[in-house]
Design a protein around this ligand. Structure first.
Ligand code: UDX
Length: 460
């Protein structure tokens, strides 16, 4: 099928390449010429495992191309909107400038029967607001939220755990179907007798034919529900992380171990161990801004109190960064002034070079602000970190970065630090013996046995 993808950031670039890899003919469109130049050469403009391979394959096959010219969207059957929705500069709501610009730019090139599929994370109600503009062209607007995790984005796009499709309420059918729920896929070319609404669902099932064929849940909802699914999923994940971090705060007072606590409650299948990793908390381009935008939208709807807890989750999350900084200060005897502090990690999580709202980098910047000489290393994120915070010292080589450190802080749990860094080896690089484990990812006993003072988050 011919597809266009408007916006070639983390979401759009991966979506475009993934759609080409499953056989579609895809044009990716973005206003950023440098991004388009890189993508056109089959180069990923950011670090994402598996993306360079499917990009270069797609470009070489001729099924995948990139342009800044919106006119090239013409002729595609489905147009995906994958632009960013950052936090507003003067508030907590989502800034919809790019969504509006994408829709406005696309309108002249839409044809009768086209589908515009929103993937961006938007405040509930956005799709309903955009619908009249899209429908005036004879096209249909659907909302098809994306749940991909950075670091696993390719796999999450090609083989998602569920597909959600919001359609206009006048033909919404509240159904959850296994992928092969056959009847709606027949006649998906527009000659079906089952009507317009089924066509839209059938076309979208054809787009996602491989996951649909293997029985991936395909949930058809109204537009508002689809929008809410996305923000509530992220709100739940953020809440899970902040819940365990709240337990870490209690554990710190009584000398309990939050990692054992998480293991123990995680065995309850209703709770589950995933996303109970206590540490310096969540960051990145999604969870922080999405919970804020959700709270702001709920306020607008007169239901601020319903998600008032999200503000507390946000506060717990931010407090954990303070805690990590405090542990370094304590570990160095009350002051970090003129002390060498090596910060291991800058990305907001491993397998990513993304530093948007990175708790790791925030801890580094705060330590610098307290007068420490901060050296930062990261396997992938140094270039991004350096561009944003040039005041810090960046060193590519981990061991070089560790040399002469008075204190070491692990803030991103890359394997390079978690598995491939023995305390005995680090002891040969520095006389410092203070380690703060901001991700509770190290073997505390091993570090202590090697003569280090180990501080975890919510651990004795
Ligand atoms: C998230 C959602 O998981 C994804 O479904 C959505 O589409 C986009 O937002 P992502 O931002 O890639 O994905 O990161 P995620 O893996 O969710 O991690 C978010 C943050 O939480 C990271 O900073 C991570 O370090 C932190 N985290 C995660 C914890 O602090 N503890 C945990 O147990 C898990």
């Amino acid at each position: 099928m011919k597809l266009s993808v408007i916006g070639c950031g983390y979401l759009g670039a991966v979506h475009a390449a993934a759609m080409a890899s499953i056989g579609h003919e895809v044009v990716g469109i973005d206003v950023d010429q440098r991004k388009i130049d890189a993508l056109s050469k089959g180069e990923a403009p950011f670090f994402e495992p598996g993306l360079p391979e499917i990009l270069s394959e797609g470009v070489a096959s001729g099924r995948l191309r990139f342009t800044t010219d919106m006119a090239e969207a013409k002729g595609a059957k489905v147009h995906f909107i994958g632009v960013g929705t950052p936090q507003q500069k003067d508030g907590y709501g989502a800034d919809l400038t790019y969504v509006n610009a994408a829709i406005d730019g696309l309108l002249p090139y839409l044809s009768e029967g086209d589908i515009v599929a929103g993937k961006s994370t938007v405040p509930v109600g956005t799709a309903a607001e955009l619908t009249p503009r899209v429908e005036a062209t004879g096209a249909t607007l659907v909302w098809n939220p994306e749940f991909l995790r950075e670091g696993w984005a390719v796999q999450d796009t090609i083989d998602p755990d569920r597909l959600v499709l919001g359609v206009s309420s006048r033909f919404a059918r509240s159904t959850t179907e296994g992928g092969d729920a056959g009847s709606t896929t027949e006649g998906g070319d527009g000659h079906s007798t089952t009507g317009e609404e089924v066509d839209v669902v059938a076309v979208m099932k054809e787009v996602y034919a491989p996951p649909v064929a293997k029985g991936t849940p395909f949930i058809v909802t109204d537009l508002a529900t689809a929008e809410l699914v996305k923000v509530s999923a992220n709100a739940f994940l953020a809440t899970k992380i902040s819940f365990i971090n709240a337990m870490a705060e209690i554990a710190e007072v009584v000398g309990a171990d939050v990692t054992q606590l998480a293991d123990a409650i995680g065995h309850d299948a209703r709770i589950g161990r995933k996303f109970l990793g206590a540490g310096i908390g969540f960051g990145g381009g999604c969870l922080p801004k999405d919970i804020r935008a959700f709270a702001a939208r709920a306020e607008e709807l007169g239901r601020g109190e319903s998600v008032g807890f999200l503000r507390q989750m946000d506060e717990i999350n931010m407090r954990r960064r303070d805690r990590a900084v405090q542990l370094v200060v304590d570990g160095l005897g009350g002051s970090v002034f003129k002390k060498n502090v090596t910060v291991l990690g800058a990305a907001f999580k491993p397998h990513s070079d993304d530093i948007r709202d990175s708790p790791a980098l925030d801890v580094a910047v705060r330590l610098h602000g307290l007068g420490a000489w901060v050296t930062v290393t990261d396997p992938e994120a140094i270039a991004n970190a350096q561009a944003k915070h040039p005041q810090l010292n960046y060193v590519e080589d981990r061991d070089e970065a560790l040399r002469a450190a008075d204190a070491v802080v692990v803030v991103t749990e890359w394997d390079e630090y978690r598995r491939q860094m023995s305390p005995e080896h680090v002891s040969t690089l520095t006389d410092g013996r203070v380690i703060v484990d901001g991700r509770n990812c190290l073997d505390a006993a091993a570090w202590r046995a090697a003569g280090w003072t180990y501080y975890g988050m919510g651990r004795p």
